[in-house]
Design a protein around this ligand. Structure first.
Ligand code: SF4
Length: 489
């Protein structure tokens, strides 16, 4: 049986069943088989770099290098009892079966200041829980935690500034103390439940929707779960739970739902898609030739180029499919930035030229509008032309949201749901880069010079293929919707 770690404890606070599953050896073995995506690997590497840089803020710090928890805890104890050690990195604590590691411990009188490092530019509620768990385990180990704080990324940092300008420290002592008291009141119970022989009976809650084990737990065998209903309020969720209803098809006709929610229930009940009366006219509003547009962006904690704030979303490439009418291909245009420099202006100029003067620009979601707006702010002299592009945009997702529903969407109109449902022959499975976050990570790795020449060329090709596939997917979705709209009399 594993020690109770931070991850298990914090999950168990939300759901004891999840905590129990995460603590069970069987489940952990299953998880270790999962290989990381490029995006996940990049996120981890970025986190390590931020942590290493943050440690430079404490030149006298001593790192606890031991990986094995027992050894690491012994080493931490030895360092803490040495008055000459003022700062400890990655200190380990094992107490009553609870384990944790502290990013930074700074001696303060007879006690310690606990500092957690996060590679985020925004303070978040979950960070308080995170520090509070470590503070609780330290207190269980008999230590005096005098203060707690967070080190975050400063949005004021720019490339070339000294390392200390990359960070911002925020004191959270008061909030953490409140949370520690809360955790201390339940820690024994959570330990007992999660180490028990029997899995706690799962209890449906709205948090289940985001649970990584939902499909194997309460979602198992239920094709149309009530959690698939978008924007289901807590009170409606509670009412359905009280009625013992977990399948959408069992929701009574007189149960109060919004029109969108009722449409989803009716589609599930009849097992027929909904085709709205406005579908045809919405599609007919498209002016030809039309340009299907998709951007890719990248975003890093440490800016890739000068004069850019941390976590600025940088457009790096686009794909355009030009069609002269539904199903009549005209041209494919694309752009991929030179990763060695900030190419946003060049991208904006090419975009204006490629999208010509007229014709609808078909997008999926409001993301493309946000990107073009950011380019307009960056290049005021181009803002008139860029804003004119926004005026020509037709959002295919909005057309679907208002006029079409298929139960395969499972309550979502994101392209991840609509494409496999409506264009099942189109897949990203055989692509080297098959999702946006990996495209973002791949570009960042190119900019950071992490590939040799041959590998860099291959990554660039894969990026172009991926972005082209995105606009091709929009073309296919549009064609399918067009067919549906002509089925209507
Ligand atoms: S699906 Fe719900 S009940 Fe099951 S483990 Fe996840 S959060 Fe817990």
């Amino acid at each position: 049986m594993k020690n109770l770690s931070k991850n298990i404890f914090l999950n168990a606070v939300v759901c004891p069943t999840l905590g129990w599953l995460l603590r069970s050896e069987q489940y952990i073995e299953g998880l270790s088989d999962k290989s990381l995506t490029l995006a996940e690997r990049f996120r981890i590497e970025q986190g390590i770099e931020i942590e290493n840089r943050a440690r430079q803020l404490f030149p006298s710090g001593v790192l606890v290098e031991e990986k094995q928890m027992q050894l690491a805890a012994e080493r931490t104890r030895a360092l803490m009892s040495d008055p000459d050690t003022a700062v400890i990195f990655n200190g380990a604590f094992l107490s009553d079966g609870f384990s944790t590691r502290a990013d930074v411990l700074q001696r303060e009188g007879k006690g310690w200041q606990l500092i957690e490092i996060k590679s985020s530019a925004n303070d978040k509620k979950e960070f308080i829980d995170d520090i509070a768990y470590t503070a609780m385990v330290m207190r269980l180990a008999g230590l005096d935690v005098q203060a707690t704080s967070l080190i975050l990324i400063s949005k004021d940092y720019r490339l070339g500034m000294s390392n200390d300008k990359l960070f911002l420290e925020i004191d959270h002592t008061d909030e953490v103390l409140v949370k520690v008291a809360e955790f201390e009141s339940v820690h024994t119970e959570i330990d007992e439940i999660t180490r028990g022989r029997n899995k706690p009976e799962p209890v449906l809650q709205r948090e289940c929707k985001k649970c990584p084990l939902f499909a194997e737990c309460l979602g198992k065998g239920i094709e149309n779960h009530i959690l698939h209903i978008p924007r289901l309020s807590q009170s409606k969720f509670d009412s359905l739970k009280e009625l013992g209803i977990v399948c959408i098809e069992d929701i009574p006709a007189d149960f109060p739902l919004t029109s969108n929610q009722a449409r989803i229930r009716d589609c599930v009940r009849t097992r027929k898609p909904f085709i709205g009366k406005q579908l045809r006219s919405s599609l007919e509003a498209v002016e030809w030739p039309a340009f299907y547009l998709d951007f890719e962006t990248t975003m890093t904690a440490i800016p890739l180029y000068p004069d850019i704030a941390p976590y600025t979303q940088l457009p790096t490439q686009y794909s355009i499919h030009k069609y002269s009418d539904v199903g009549i291909f005209d041209d494919h245009l694309e752009y991929l930035a030179d990763p060695s420099k900030d190419c946003r202006r060049e991208l904006a100029e090419n975009l204006i030229s490629n999208l010509e003067q007229s014709g609808s620009i078909i997008i999926y979601s409001s993301f493309e509008k946000t990107v073009v707006n950011s380019l307009a702010s960056l290049c005021p002299d181009l803002s008139g032309k860029l804003t004119a592009l926004i005026d020509r945009m037709v959002d295919l997702e909005a057309i679907i949201r208002n006029n079409y529903y298929h139960m395969g969407f499972q309550g979502s109109t994101s392209i991840k749901r609509t494409l496999p449902t409506l264009v099942s022959e189109m897949t990203y499975d055989n692509l080297e880069i098959g999702e946006g976050s990996s495209a973002s990570a791949a570009f960042a790795c190119l900019a950071l010079g992490r590939y040799d020449n041959a590998a860099a060329e291959s990554v660039k090709r894969n990026l172009l293929v991926y972005c082209e596939q995105d606009t091709q997917a929009m073309v296919k979705l549009h064609e399918r919707l067009y067919e549906f709209s002509h089925l209507m009399v």
